[in-house]
Structures are given as structure tokens and as C-alpha cells.
Design a protein around this ligand. Sequence first.
Ligand SMILES: Nc1ncnc2c1ncn2[C@@H]1O[C@H](COP(=O)(O)OP(=O)(O)OP(=O)(O)O)[C@@H](O)[C@H]1O
Length: 412
Amino acid sequence: MGDIARQAPDKDTGEDIYQYLLERITTLENRNLELREQFRQMESEKRYVETQKIRYERELRKLKSEIEQLRSPPLVIGTVTDVIDNSRVIVRSSAGPRFLVRTSQLIDPDLLKPGVRCTLNQQSLAIVDVLPTSYDAQIYGMELVESPKETYENIGGLGPQIEEIREAVELPLTKPHLFEKVGIAPPKGVLLYGPPGTGKTLLARAVAHQTNAHFLRVVGSELVQKYIGEGARLVRELFDLAKQKAPSIIFIDEIDAIGAHRNDSTTSGDREVQRTLMQLLAEMDGFDNRGDVKIIAATNRIDILDRALLRPGRFDRMIEIPLPDLEGRLAILKIHTMNMSLGEDVNLAEVARLTEGKNGAELRAICMEAGMFAIRMEHETVSHEDFIKAIEKLSTDFDRHHFHTSFGEMFA
Ligand SMILES: Nc1ncnc2c1ncn2[C@@H]1O[C@H](COP(=O)(O)OP(=O)(O)OP(=O)(O)O)[C@@H](O)[C@H]1O
């Protein structure tokens, strides 16, 4: 401000005035710039505060509705057994007895059909809301895909395994009459076993693609850990859903989490696992071989599986999915570099030779990492050198991770 308010010279020569005005213009311009910058900063602060305000308001609304929910009395769950008219319905409460209850005007009468689950007011037992069907796949974290996009061409190596699974799962789904004619029962389920990352999930998805079947995936450990006490019910609903969506393929990953052999089940966690396994066996025994629901399970630990699972009529086909050999690794590398721009010097056969012991998932990671090296160097194609650096990087990453885990386990 001092600069701006500087006094004009008393006695002026033209030169002085000119000089004075020039200085004053420069000072004012600088000041203008400063103020603009301040204005810009304040604007951006304002925007920030505004977004913060919106966020807090949203959070406040969420918390308020949560408080409201916590304050509201619990609702009784019931199932509609009969609809008398638009305002009266017979429901069976989850506790057992049946009641004739009123329904709110707000509920669409078309939704109230026998078999539908609903919530009831604790005192009047009036219907408050209609619940979605109990086997809503997403609620339970099941993965349901209409027809996965993976095909057999996306699988490197594993030729004989693909043949075997096509025979055991695809043929009964696409040509069931062949089995009928010959008079043998097609397998209900197939067990894929082998080290992690070798393409078991990929294979199951490709079969579902080939047969235009729905693909339903659940993870064994999640069935028993995520929804405690619900494992057996989830298995039942999984099979119901699979039948409803048939043709379908149920893929149970990490089946060892529910199907491990145990001597005695003493802890409640063990009992929960046992109940889930029993339900799985009952479901497998209960459905027809000729039906269009097939089960594929996967495990890295076939050695600990309960023999009951491997009995005829259950997972009586076992297919080993091993680590890829040299030829397999080359095929996998070709698949994962298919859409990459490779330099002329890239020798995938050499990359395959250098990656002995790596699984499909690691080979895919090597291809991606090689691409990243090229991008970092702003190259448009990936060179052989990029692949070599990627192999080195992933090997050190793996060693470090492995070292940390084993180090951690030592002190756990
Ligand atoms: N044989 C293969 N051919 C092509 N890609 C493969 C192969 N094996 C693994 N991959 C790649 O690795 C990813 C992970 O493999 P996938 O999930 O199928 O392995 P998995 O055997 O089911 O492993 P896990 O036992 O850990 O569940 C696949 O999505 C695929 O990109």
C-alpha cells in the first residue's frame, strides 16, 4: 500500500512525472497480479469448503437416518401364505404361527403373492414392507455372470485338461441324449486341483461361456467366515438359484475351506464348517445327474479334502491343473501379449525359458510389467529388455513378499 500511496513530486519536470507514472503503473500492475492470485486462492478455498460442506451434510443425513433406524423397533419377518383381498393377507411369522394381517396402502398389491417374504410391525403385525427374494446373489456376495466372456482360446497350455472338462461338464450340458443312449450317468461335479494361479477359475468360466450357462461363483472360506451361521443356508440357496437359472455352472473356489477332513469338530467354527459341508453333500446327492446344473470346485490342497466329497456321484472326476511347462508358458505369454505392441527383438520363447516355475497369473503380471517399463521410458513398443527387467522386478518383489510372510509367520 505504501508504494501505491507514494506522494507525487512537488516540482515536476516532464521527465519526473513520466518516471513517476511509469513506476506507479508497474506497482499497480504487480498489486493487481497479487490480488488476482489471492482471489484465485480464495475461490479455490471456497470451492473446497463448499464440497466439504456438502460432504458433512450428506454424512449428517446418513447418521440421522441411522439413528432413526436404530431407534425404530425391530420388525418381525414373515412369509405370505395366502392373499384374501387387497388389504388382508395371511402370513406365517418366522416364529411359526399364522396370522391374518392388514397391509399398508403403500405396498403394491401385485408384490404380495404367496411365498413372498415380508416384514411385520411387532405389535399390529401389519405388513410394513416386502423383502426381496432371499436368494439375491449380490446380498451374499456370490458372483453371478450370465455367460462369462472367457473362451478356451484364452487358456494357455492345459490342452488335455480342457478336453477332460469338456467331456465331463460340457457334453452332458450340450448333448445329454448321448449319455442317455449309452446308459451312463454323467458326472455331477468336477474337482480341479493344483497350485494357485494356474487357471482353474479361468477354465470354469470358459466352460460356462462355451455352454451359454450362468456362472455362479462362491468362495469356500467366505461361505463359512463372512456370514457366520449362514453357511448351510447359503449352500441351499446357491443350489436353488443355480436350478432357477439353469443351465448353470456352480464354481466353488477354495473348497478345502469347507471340505477339509477333520477328526473331531469341537469348536463352534468347526461345527459351522461341518454343517456347511453336510449341506453341500446333501445338495449334491439330491439333484439329478441329467439336470443342467454342474458343479466345478477348485482347491490348492487336495491332500486335506474329506474323502466323502470324492465319493462316486459327487466330485468323482478330478483334474489336475499343474504349473505350466515350457510350451504352456509360451502359450500363456502369447495370449497375454496378443494385444501388446511388441518390438521386433522380443523373443517370447526365451522369456518362457527364463520363467520356469512361474504360474499363469505371474506370467500375466510379467507381461503387464514389461508394458509398464516401456511406458515409463515413453516407448511405443515393448522390447525384450523390458521383459527381462519385468522378470527381475517380479522375482525380487516375490522374494521380498515371501521373505516378509515367512518372517512374519516365524513370529506369529
Ligand atoms: N493357463 C493360463 N492361461 C492364460 N492365463 C492364465 C492361465 N493361468 C492363469 N492365467 C491368468 O492368471 C489369472 C488368475 O488365474 P486363475 O484365477 O484362473 O487361477 P486359479 O488357478 O483359479 O488360482 P487360485 O487357486 O489362486 O484361485 C487369470 O485370470 C489369467 O489371466
